[in-house]
Design a protein around this ligand. Structure first.
Ligand code: PBG
Length: 327
């Protein structure tokens, strides 16, 4: 019973019809806005490789986060740019660290906003790696001690969700244990479970000044060739107590998002990373792509693949488009 009985174009004739049969919808509630927070006051530094994104001091962060929240975006995720780095990333887990302070400010000044925090020491180490280093090797179990302390100090500051992005083995279980013993049994963990060693993080490393000074991240982040291994990472994080699992980057990994969706019942997050953002911005700046349409189509594809939450630097712009299209 094919053509001419079946004509799929029938339901594409008018916008009301298309709207009624649309299978996937984006909402501002799906989005998480990442922010880079730096020390000092009244500081707003442009990030050249991420047009429209800034390193903000916490006073200005509070203003921007309030705007984002007013657009219906429920959550932000914070990355810190500390004023000093050392071998052990100490400023990642001091009680008055740059993100710990920003969390306090946001919880105080933007009530109702969900404050997520990245848990990883790379922005705080002189070598730029996500783990402690000994003789050029990235130590796994020793790094867990730093991650525990970072998660605990962020919880003490009032963070609503902690999101480990380091890719050390066993970090979710370690952080769960630490939080439970420190009186935070209800603090959710959003694990960057399937995080690939991707070239698309390059603009972020400019923004956060976290480029490794030697080697690369391939001994801890995943090989982009591996789907089954990504599912093992997800399974392990679920067993270790993750509440939300993340796939990162997003558009290069739609198959991983879809496979994760059919495998686990947990919410799935996808991170549309810096390079995905910058590609669209650069093409649009050259007149090669229509920026709002490229933004919305990529976000829709990520959602269609199965993501419940999308972390994206486009969160604010996308929420504006969604509001305009409903008014
Ligand atoms: C590590 C971390 C990175 C990103 C999020 N958390 C950088 C990395 O792994 O090198 C990248 C996010 C992006 O590219 O937008 N703390």
């Amino acid at each position: 019973m094919g053509f001419p009985i079946q004509r799929l174009r029938r339901l594409r004739q008018t916008e009301p019809l298309r709207r009624m049969v649309r299978e996937t919808r984006l909402s501002p509630s799906d989005l998480v806005h990442p922010f880079f927070v730096t020390v000092g006051r009244d500081r707003r530094e442009a990030i050249p490789s991420m047009p429209g994104q800034y390193r903000l001091s916490q006073d200005l962060l509070a203003k921007e986060a309030a705007e984002v929240h007013a657009l219906g975006i429920p959550a932000v995720i914070l990355f810190g740019i500390p004023d000093r780095k050392d071998e052990r990333g100490t400023s990642a887990y001091v009680p008055d660290g740059v993100v710990q302070q920003a969390v306090r400010t946001l919880k105080d000044q933007v009530p109702g906003l969900l404050v997520m925090t990245d848990v990883c020491i790379d922005e705080y180490t002189t070598h730029g790696h996500c783990g402690l280093v000994e003789n050029g090797r990235i130590l796994n179990d020793e790094t867990l001690t730093c991650l525990r302390a970072m998660a605990r100090t962020l919880a003490e500051a009032g963070a609503d969700v902690v999101a480990p992005s380091d890719m050390m083995d066993g970090r979710v279980a370690a952080i769960r244990d630490e939080l439970d013993h420190a009186g935070f049994p209800d603090m959710p963990i959003m694990a960057y479970s399937a995080k690939f060693a991707s070239c698309f993080y390059a603009p972020f490393r400019d923004a956060a000044d976290s480029r490794p000074t030697f080697g690369d991240r391939q001994s801890y982040q995943m090989d982009p060739a591996n789907l089954r291994e990504a599912l093992r990472e997800i399974d392990l994080d679920v067993e270790e107590g993750a509440d939300i699992v993340m796939v990162k980057p997003a558009l290069p990994c739609l198959d991983v998002i879809a496979a994760a969706r059919s495998r686990v019942t947990l919410p799935i997050a996808a991170y549309q990373v810096s390079g995905e953002y910058s590609m669209i911005k650069a093409a649009a700046a050259n007149g090669w792509l229509d920026e709002p349409r490229a933004m919305m189509e990529s976000l829709l594809a990520i959602k269609r693949a199965g993501a419940d939450l999308i972390v994206t630097y486009f969160a604010r712009a996308a929420a504006r488009v969604l509001h305009d299209s409903f008014s």
